[in-house]
Each structure stands twice: as structure tokens, then as C-alpha cells.
Design a protein around this ligand. Structure first.
Ligand SMILES: *Cc1c(COP(=O)(O)O)cnc(C)c1O
Length: 343
């Protein structure tokens, strides 16, 4: 047998971690669901991986659960700390409660009360600090150093990446026939790194396509520059992926194994939220609709037909009050004939 290359060894390292990740004490195996209207309109079989149905309404519970489970007894006793205004915070809070670990979540002072309550109701200590995320992060890292608590990154950690990679393990088991591409939303790159590592090890023929918001396209910027860059500013409509720099661990995988990266606009996200609603009667958050928006753009650009394309429907944490804005934008792009499906 040939000696494996460093790249193959890295994939194997992640596949082993993914297969052993104890995420199912909290995460559920979500359905891989056929989307009839999208499939009909796009002329391809579209399947939705329903991560919006997780207990915290996003896949982040997988990475948090795996990371916390891997801590030593001493680390567990000292507790964990993280910085997040969103889905990672809920995941860490829930996983920490389940495993009997004390958790502190630092959130920017601008965090909506709903999310602060969401964290506190899961038994975690929510600390409000800093005007925006980078300040909350800095504070959390300092606090971790001072208190000996373990910092839990939302994406830049091999255990978190492996937890998110269990999504791919389920997809390949749930759909054993031909599969052409998996579309994955990208924020800090933890989810796509876990998925790419697992899929490229076992089924390298399946294309892995990242989808970013045009206001936080940090993976595309890094791939173009050949190194991780910090975006000067980041838009927050898709708040789940509003990250200025791709994670170092994730980039190591993405630069080798992501086949293509697409960027979509906020209006394309609003239209995709509507498409998902029409097929599932479920509402997704803007980040949760990135992959479907990416599939629509891909099919329009490449003109592919008869393929099987999977979209990760990654989350549903949207304020009810934002739905009016989403519905208005979706109706406007429909009326302008920009949305191929409804024109
Ligand atoms: C965190 C998140 C993402 C992006 O995941 P990364 O691992 O940061 O790339 C996508 N969608 C939702 C709903 C999220 O919460």
C-alpha cells in the first residue's frame, strides 16, 4: 500500500473523529427531505438536509456536543466559556447543561433579548460585553485565560468541525444513490470543513460547493488571496454566517477539498426562504437558506438537469418580526422577474 499523503492523512484524521463523535445524546438524525416544488422548477432532484429541526434549531449542537464530550474531567470541572450572539451560544448552553458543565457565554451588548433569554433559560451564564462580536470575543478569551475555563470556538476547532461533519455521515447513509453535489452555507467554515473531509474521503466524486453571503464572503476572499484574510466589514442580515475571517483549521480542508464557492445577495436569501417555506411549510433563518439560494444560482448558471443536489438547511433562528421584511423582499424580487422560479 502507498504511504498516505499529508492531505489524505488529514482527511482520515477527521473521518475517524466524525465516526466516533458522540453527538446523539442531544442532536437528532435529521431528515434528508425531497423538495418537490424546487425540484420541479429547477429540473433537478433537490434534497434538503433539515438541520433546522435540531433541538436548538441549528446544527451547532453537534459541534458543541462533541467538543464538550472530549474535555478531560479537570477541564469539565473548570467549566467552559464562549463568545456568540447566536446559534453556537444555544448549542454550548444546552450541551453544557446535559454534561453537567458550567458555561459562560459572552454576548455583545447589542444581542436581542430573545437570544439572551434563550441562553439563560438553558442554565448558562450570559455576560453582556462589548459593542460588537470582536469585543465580546476578546473579553471571552481573556476571561478564559484568567479563570482556567476552556474556550469553545464556534468553528475553529477540530472537535467542533468533527461534530458538524456528522451531517455528512448521515447524508451518505440516507442517500445511497447517485449524488452530484452538496451545497453548504459558510460562516467560519466549520460545517463545510467537516462535510468536505468526510465526503471527499469516501465519495470524492461528489462536488462540495460553499455558499456565502456577499456581505461576509471570507472563504472566497481567502481562496483568492491564497491565505486567510480579514474582511474590512461584514453585513449581518445573514447573522449566522457574519464572520470576517475563515477559521484556520477549516481553511486547511477547504483550500484542498471545496470545489467551488458561490456568493448570494440578501434578496436571493429572502426568495430562498420562501422556496423552502413552499416545500416544507417551515421558516428558515437567512443563513439557513444560503444553500438553496446557491443551488438556484448554480442551476441557472450551469444549466444542469437531472442531477441530485443536496442543500443543508442549517437553521431556523429568526425573529418573528423579521418575517415581514423577508416576505416583502421576496415579493419584490418575484415582481421584478428576478426569481426564475416565480417569474
Ligand atoms: C453557524 C452557522 C452557519 C455557518 O457555519 P460555520 O461553521 O460557521 O461555517 C450556517 N448556518 C447557520 C444557521 C449557522 O448557525
Amino acid at each position: 500500500m502507498d504511504t498516505p499523503t499529508a492531505a489524505q492523512a488529514l482527511l482520515e484524521y477527521y473521518v475517524k473523529k466524525i465516526l466516533a463523535a458522540p453527538v446523539y445524546q442531544l442532536a437528532v438524525r435529521t431528515p434528508l427531505q425531497f423538495a418537490p416544488a424546487l425540484s420541479e422548477a429547477l429540473g433537478n432532484q433537490i434534497l434538503l438536509k433539515r438541520e433546522d429541526l435540531q433541538p436548538t434549531f441549528s446544527f451547532k449542537i453537534r459541534g458543541a456536543c462533541n467538543k464538550l464530550a472530549q474535555l478531560s474531567d479537570g477541564q469539565k470541572a473548570r467549566g467552559v466559556i464562549t463568545a456568540s450572539a447566536g446559534n453556537h451560544a444555544q448549542g454550548v448552553a444546552l450541551a453544557a447543561r446535559e454534561l453537567g458543565i458550567e458555561a459562560t457565554i459572552v454576548m455583545p451588548t447589542s444581542t436581542p433579548a430573545l437570544k439572551v433569554i434563550g441562553v439563560r433559560s438553558r442554565g448558562a451564564d450570559a455576560v453582556l460585553h462589548g459593542d460588537s462580536f470582536p469585543f465580546a470575543l476578546e473579553y471571552a478569551l481573556n476571561l478564559a485565560r484568567q479563570t482556567g475555563r476552556t474556550f469553545v470556538s464556534p468553528f475553529d476547532d477540530p472537535d467542533v468541525i468533527a461534530g458538524q461533519g456528522t451531517v455528512a455521515m448521515e447524508i451518505l447513509r440516507q442517500h445511497q444513490g447517485p449524488l452530484d453535489a452538496i451545497f453548504v452555507p459558510v460562516g467560519g467554515g466549520g460545517l463545510i470543513a467537516g462535510i468536505a473531509a468526510y465526503v471527499k474521503y469516501l465519495r470524492p466524486d461528489i462536488r462540495i460547493i460553499g455558499v456565502e453571503s456577499e456581505h461576509s464572503a471570507c472563504l472566497q476572499a481567502a481562496l483568492q488571496a491564497g491565505e486567510r484574510v480579514v474582511l474590512p466589514s461584514v453585513g449581518t442580515f445573514a447573522d449566522g454566517v457574519a464572520v470576517a475571517q475563515i477559521g484556520a483549521h477549516g481553511f486547511q480542508i477547504c483550500r484542498e477539498y471545496v470545489d467551488q464557492v458561490l456568493t448570494v445577495s440578501d434578496d436571493e436569501l429572502c426568495a430562498a426562504i420562501r422556496n423552502i417555506y413552499d416545500d416544507t411549510r417551515s421558516i428558515t433563518e437567512p443563513s439557513g437558506a444560503l444553500a438553496v439560494a446557491g443551488i438556484k444560482q448554480y442551476v441557472a448558471q450551469q444549466g444542469v438537469r437531472g442531477q441530485t443536489l443536496v442543500a443543508i438547511d442549517s437553521g431556523a433562528n429568526i425573529n418573528f418580526d423579521s418575517l415581514r421584511h423577508v416576505a416583502e423582499r421576496a415579493a419584490l424580487s418575484g415582481a421584478r422577474g428576478e426569481d426564475a422560479i416565480y417569474s
